[in-house]
Design a binder for this molecule. Structure first.
Ligand SMILES: Cc1cc2nc3c(=O)[nH]c(=O)nc-3n(C[C@H](O)[C@H](O)[C@H](O)COP(=O)(O)OP(=O)(O)OC[C@H]3O[C@@H](n4cnc5c(N)ncnc54)[C@H](O)[C@@H]3O)c2cc1C
Length: 394
């Protein structure tokens, strides 16, 4: 009897998991027939069928990336791997992980992988839903921001982020918001209207007076630093401070801290202190058998404080989870852990920085790339093209 593996979500974590779990990470079209013959697993993915390459969303600001270019119908990729696709939303996980409930009904499994991505702390600062835009809301939210921006001839734009640090790592989107602020500066300069706009960068999670390469890049661009600042409330026309005063803003691009999605709270999945799905260093959901999670929905065991939620980390975690799940299905103990690494190219269009940290101090790509060079933008675009080509055609 084939083992029934269910995967929730069709984002980075789930697709990396599939790549590592199936025998050949690059599975060319003609081999899909072969896989039907020898596969030991019946794999089912439950999701919306659309993969979004989130790292390209800040580039909507320069017009170089669009919703169409970064959204992929993932069903052909799944068909090529003989994976069953259920177009639905998961609303609950029960029976110690053995039953996944969607709006259509229950699906049972022998093993479960959860890659549902993040939930955002939208109620943390009142008015976040009503008065802010976020690149993390996906292509539609970013397009709406761009639409509003195009209607402004002058104004004040605040770009900010807040992190959830309760699990001891960076559950939020700092780097992406730095990128958005720098790209805004570039786009407005190209339009010849930069002097008509003030751009602020705020976050309660950055110490006032903090220095470093990113701060230098922001200052070079005349971006006003409101490090340490947290509004009491977002309101019509700006932000209200604790003392009741109003900071005027014509547009606010803000991303709140990250937790697991809301539906997880009512499920049998355990929650960490920071309200992520609680997993151990093998990617196993604590206290449950043959249930694994990776990506933005899940916590880490003993993480370094600088590690963020990233597609890159999702890949490292999914690789370990895939090997451990295969071992678990053979009745063995999990033994594969993963490295912690922050690796991200900050694209400023007229410049770029490679932000990097690793728990084993390994440099990115054997240090063959510079850490500070506009040429890194081509490298970042290269990664994107390669990955989207793999999803579209292989
Ligand atoms: C603007 C922006 C820029 C970024 N830049 C970078 C970068 O440069 N480098 C980097 O490494 N990372 C970057 N990231 C972070 C990266 O995109 C995330 O860490 C990554 O997407 C996490 O992968 P995931 O699979 O956990 O979540 P996602 O990619 O969000 O995938 C989650 C999946 O689950 C599905 N899903 C959600 N809820 C349900 C449900 N109830 N039922 C079924 N399916 C569900 C979704 O439809 C989606 O398919 C960026 C993120 C943003 C927003």
């Amino acid at each position: 009897m084939k083992k029934n593996i269910t995967i929730i979500g069709n984002g980075f974590a789930s697709l990396f998991f599939i790549g590592y779990f199936l025998s050949l990470p690059l599975f060319p079209f003609f081999l899909s027939f072969l896989r039907r013959v020898y596969s030991r697993y019946q794999v089912t993915v439950i999701g919306n069928g659309r993969f979004i390459y989130f790292p390209a969303i800040p580039e909507f600001i320069t017009g170089k990336k669009t919703k169409k270019g970064i959204t992929i119908d993932i069903r052909p990729y799944l068909r090529r791997r003989n994976i069953r696709f259920i177009d639905d939303q998961v609303v609950d996980v029960r029976d110690g992980g053995r039953t996944v409930l969607t709006t259509q009904g229950p699906f049972s499994n022998d093993a479960l992988f959860i890659g549902t991505g993040p939930g955002f702390m939208l109620d943390d600062i009142p008015g976040t839903r009503e008065y802010t835009f976020s690149p993390c809301g996906g292509p539609d939210a970013m397009e709406e921001f761009m639409h509003r921006l195009s209607g402004l001839r002058e104004g004040v734009i605040y770009v900010g982020f807040k992190l959830n640090r309760r699990d001891g790592f960076v559950a939020g989107r700092g780097g992406q918001m730095y990128e958005c602020a720098c790209l805004l500066d570039y786009a407005l300069t190209q339009k010849g209207v930069r002097d008509k706009f003030k751009i602020h960068l705020f976050s309660p999670n950055i110490e006032p007076g903090e220095t470093g390469a990113v701060t230098d890049r922001l200052l070079e661009r005349g971006i006003i630093l409101d490090y340490g600042y947290e509004p009491a409330e977002f309101v019509e026309g700006g932000m209200r401070d604790v003392d009741g005063s109003l900071r005027r803003a014509d547009l606010i691009l803000f991303t709140p801290g990250i937790t697991a999605p809301a539906w997880v709270r009512g499920s049998c999945l355990p929650l960490s202190a920071g309200e992520h799905i609680d997993v151990d260093r093998f990617g196993q959901v604590k206290g449950l058998q043959r249930v694994f999670a990776a990506g933005d929905c899940s916590s880490h065991e003993a993480p370094p404080p600088w590690v963020p939620h990233q597609a890159h980390m999702a890949q490292l975690r999914s690789a370990a989870a895939a090997k451990n799940l295969r071992a678990a299905l053979r009745g063995r103990e999990p033994s594969h852990t993963y490295r912690f690494e922050l690796s991200c190219i900050l694209n400023m269009e007229n410049d770029a920085l490679w932000l990097h940290a690793a728990n084993d101090n390994k440099p990115p790509f054997w240090n063959i790339f510079p850490r500070h060079s506009q040429k890194l933008i081509a490298v970042k675009n290269g990664f994107e093209r390669l990955y989207l080509f793999y999803l579209r055609y292989l």
